[in-house]
Design a protein around this ligand. Structure first.
Ligand SMILES: *Cc1c(COP(=O)(O)O)cnc(C)c1O
Length: 433
């Protein structure tokens, strides 16, 4: 009974890749060709040409081990969690909760009680805006976001402001696409109740000085939520060291399943927050007179969650840890440098966002070609990029453009991908000459 069942997922070579060798030094080089073999979709053709996938900032492709974990779970271990006494339910619960522990370890949370499973970054931010906001924000208070936020980190705060008569204040960016910290300092005041900024911009690639942002807010006793949707697959993260109060991210942008993500919250804050959705799984006892709530993290997890997604997320984390995020970061840094150098040779290109600290994202305009036409012509060449406002309309307004073309890099992209991108851009320029 309740024999621990582990959802083993056949990882590459049948065992977990060694992260650190004896002696603590892993000096093996990052092998991008090996990584590419883990992602079956990258082998496909698009419009008859080998696919070049440069839209990972919208959603990343999935490695076979994650797909297999979903399959193994659905075919061999599937049942609802947290309620059944039978073996299958216990096994499913165990696999799901193991993923929570892995998520806690990945970001170095103090405990898995601080890991709330949600649909993704959007839901995580909404949870904080509703639950924390309900308790802590009142008329005349101010909420600080930045000009480079994704709509997911703007609209939930606007809802809150409308409900409470509070005011949304905006930290401006400069023409490089960097936050103006002097303005931030000036805006932080006695009325500020929370600061909500992105760790890394999805439309500009700017990596914000989050440690400094947190310190400055904490000096005034103001908590900070970081939107980590872009940053999480590219950097090693330590929420204790960073000392942020909330951190939001989605599994699908880190090579995991859609429909699952994490709200990390400082336990003390989460304890004080009321539940935001009512239903099964989040209660301790229910009578018509009074309902008491479950402990963290379940207090915030009403209803049947994305069980398979949660299990697959655990495998995703193993995969990412196996790649070694420091190596991934170094590889991607070099790839971005190469991409910027290569694309700079095209005189008609204008980069939108030239922050000194940036990662993985290249937004650009092509003289004489509408971004959507760029996207269409590149598609014909087998190159998938994104065009549009990238859910950051205030950024588009800042730079006076309706849309940009955006190529975004991930651990499986290569210099050859960049060369194909540059070739396709030249083709677009010819078509529109
Ligand atoms: C994608 C993204 C979000 C929203 O994530 P979802 O997975 O759609 O909930 C929020 N912020 C940033 C910076 C993003 O890139």
């Amino acid at each position: 009974m309740n024999r621990p069942v582990r959802i083993e997922t056949p990882s590459r070579e049948g065992k977990a890749p060694p992260q650190v060798r004896a002696g603590g030094i892993d000096d093996s080089p990052f092998d991008v060709e090996k990584v590419r073999r883990d992602f079956p979709l990258l082998k496909s053709l698009m419009n008859g040409k080998p696919l070049v996938y440069l839209d990972s900032a919208a959603s990343a492709q999935k490695p076979s081990c994650v797909l297999e974990a979903l399959n193994v779970f659905y075919t061999g271990c599937y049942s609802n969690i947290h309620r059944g006494v039978y073996h299958l339910s216990a096994a499913a619960t165990q696999a799901y909760e193991e993923s929570r522990r892995k998520a806690a370890r990945l970001i170095h949370a103090r405990s898995e009680r601080e890991i709330i499973f949600v649909r993704g970054a959007t839901e995580a931010i909404n949870l904080v805006a509703f639950s924390w906001g309900d308790r802590n924000v009142s008329e005349g208070d101010e909420i600080l976001v930045s000009e480079m936020e994704h709509h997911s980190n703007i609209v939930p705060w606007q809802f809150l402001c409308e409900r409470k008569g509070a005011r949304l204040r905006v930290i401006p960016i400069d023409d490089r696409g960097e936050l103006i910290l002097e303005e931030y300092e000036r805006l932080l005041g006695p009325k500020t109740k929370i600061v909500a900024v992105t760790h890394q911009s999805n439309s500009l690639g700017t990596v914000n000085p989050v440690s400094k942002i947190v310190d400055m807010a904490h000096r005034q006793g103001v908590p900070v939520l970081l939107d980590g949707a872009q940053a999480i697959p590219h950097h090693r993260l330590d929420v204790q060291q960073l000392d942020c109060d909330f951190y939001a991210f989605s599994a699908h942008k880190m090579y995991g399943p859609t429909g699952i993500g994490v709200l990390y919250g400082r336990e003390k804050l989460l304890e004080e927050m009321p539940p935001w959705q009512g239903g099964g799984d989040m209660i301790r006892t229910v009578t018509f007179d009074k309902t008491t709530y479950a402990e963290l993290p379940h207090k915030f997890e009403a209803g049947t969650p994305n069980i398979a997604g949660g299990v697959g997320f655990g495998t995703t984390i193993d995969y990412l840890v196996g790649l070694d995020l420091d190596k991934v970061a170094a590889y991607e840094r070099e790839l971005l440098r190469y991409a910027l150098a290569t694309l700079s040779e095209i005189p008609q290109i204008r980069f939108i966002g030239t922050a000194r600290e940036r990662c993985s994202v290249i937004s650009f305009e092509l003289e004489g070609v509408h971004p959507h036409d760029v996207g269409t012509i590149l598609d014909g060449e087998g190159v998938a990029i994104r065009t549009g406002h990238h859910c950051t309309q205030p950024v588009m307004d800042h730079f006076g453009v309706p849309a940009t073309a955006r190529a975004s890099l991930a651990c499986y992209n290569t210099k050859e991908d960049i060369n194909r991108l540059a070739g396709a851009i030249r083709k677009a320029l010819e078509v529109f000459r």
